[in-house]
Design a protein. Structure first.
Length: 463
């Protein structure tokens, strides 16, 4: 049965039970579905979103809520009565609750925090106190920590007692009597070890930790290269504060990818889904970059005015302006996209700038040569059929176009590859060196290259 039919069938069944207004029937129906299917119902039925979440058991409600889009989460909270809201927020894992609250206005957060139990309120305020985009905002205090002087049997007893409240029990964290982190041990090791074996004999020192003030993006890189489902988070004194799990890191990676894609498209990052963002806010996100790019493109007119005498003497040169600037812009856009993506996944660091430059010089020369030959042949062959277009000096025009393409494509490749690295060096986001930005830069400089080469080849003939 295709997934589309499944979704349609679930929607039809949901409409039937809603029309009957049978609370028990609604609960039974929702409890028979997967969490992802319930989340889909919430998204597709705004008028009943609050009723759907309120009909679920607290644990299933929290599991559904945390996979919803932020806009759907806000709508659900708006629809739920205070008691159900309090129940839902208290049931949410601390890290997911913090991620949701940081998307809200301060006044709303203040009111929602009042609904939390004292212990949950303390945890939430502590997590919200860490810098935005830090690992501290992602971590959860729900983990299993054991003492290094315990035995395996004591550890297993502790897991049976408190494991249900933990985010994950795949890894057990070992601390000393002061709460300082010692090591992490996979639960498999405890299950296959003799009950009387001391924990301190199982530690091997092969651990990786995150600092609570680390950037979330750097934590993402750590997860990528270390194949872990969870990592411990410590403070500057090595005290274990919490853990970060892979699901939170995947969420961060998705957010970072979305932001980078939007910035590379020449707009500010959207903090809401596109269809949920008010038109005026969407306008503000886009207009700043459009104005900046427009002003940049105005320099193209300035460059052309500088060479207006050459254009008047050889109008044929104007025919190739779109060809030249588009080729340079395309080359720069390609290079910037490749470098930004490589930097995002950790393939390139600032120390690799010289290697990148060398590769782009070679790539730019090769790409420019191919386009230059195509441009040269285009002029020469076209002149054989339409000699009046390019005149008697068509061969020199062809040479000017061909060599200009080599120079412009080479410059585009260098600009597109070096600009993201330069911005990273300054502490800025490389994604802002987007394809439109690079294309605008190369448009202006490409014209200068083109007319300089044209003057070199055509002086004494057309110029």
């Amino acid at each position: 049965m295709p997934p589309e039919f499944d979704t349609l069938e679930i929607q039809e069944q949901f409409e039937e039970v809603i029309q009957k207004d049978d609370k028990l029937g609604i609960q039974d129906f929702l409890n028979s579905l997967n969490i992802s299917d319930v989340a889909e119902l919430v998204h597709d039925n705004e008028d009943h979103a609050g009723q759907i979440i309120a009909s679920l058991a607290p644990h299933r409600a929290a599991s559904t809520f945390k996979i919803l889009d932020v806009s759907d989460q806000k709508h659900v909270i708006h629809c739920l009565p205070p008691l159900k809201t309090a129940e839902l927020l208290n049931e949410l894992p601390a890290d997911d609750r913090t991620s949701f609250l940081e998307e809200l206005h301060t006044e709303v957060v203040r009111e929602l925090i009042k609904l939390l139990d004292p212990e949950e309120r303390k945890i939430t305020l502590a997590l919200l106190g860490y810098p935005e985009d830090s690992v501290g905002r992602l971590m959860t205090p729900d983990y299993i920590a054991v003492r290094e002087d315990w035995t395996v049997q004591e550890v297993l007893d502790h897991i049976r007692k408190f494991g249900k409240e933990s985010e994950t029990i795949d890894v057990i964290y070992v601390v000393n009597e002061d709460g300082k982190f010692v090591d992490d041990v996979r639960i498999r090791e405890f299950l296959i070890s003799p009950p009387e074996k001391p924990v301190n004999e199982m530690v091997d020192g092969r651990f990786i930790t995150l600092n609570v003030h680390d950037d979330q993006e750097s934590a993402n890189q750590v997860f990528k290269v270390n194949n872990r489902v969870a990592l411990p988070v410590v403070d500057d004194n090595n005290v274990l504060l919490g853990i970060v799990t892979i699901d939170d890191i995947l969420w961060v990676a998705n957010e970072e990818f979305s932001e980078d894609m939007q910035k590379m498209g020449g707009t500010e990052a959207l903090d809401e889904p596109y269809l949920d963002m008010p038109i005026f806010r969407l306008f503000k996100k886009r207009i700043v970059w459009l104005i900046a790019l427009f002003i940049g493109e105005m320099l193209t007119a300035t460059a052309m005015s500088h060479y207006q005498n050459e254009i008047q003497k050889a109008v044929v040169l104007a025919l190739f302006i779109p060809l030249i600037i588009s080729s340079g812009g395309n080359s720069g856009s390609q290079a910037s996209t490749l470098i930004i993506q490589a930097m995002a996944v950790g393939e390139i660091t600032l120390a690799d700038w010289w290697r990148v430059m060398r590769r782009e010089i070679m790539s730019g020369l090769l790409l420019g040569s191919v386009l230059g030959i195509v441009g040269f042949l285009r002029v020469v062959l076209w002149a054989q059929f339409f000699p009046a277009i390019y005149g008697e000096h068509y061969f020199l025009v062809a040479l000017a176009v061909g060599f200009s393409l080599i120079g412009v494509v080479l410059w585009g490749a260098l600009s597109g590859s070096m600009l993201p690295i330069f911005l990273k060096k300054l502490g800025a986001d490389p994604a802002v060196s987007s394809a439109p930005f690079v294309a605008t830069l190369v448009d202006v400089t490409g014209l200068i290259i083109y007319f300089s080469v044209a003057v070199l080849f055509l002086r004494g003939h057309l110029l």
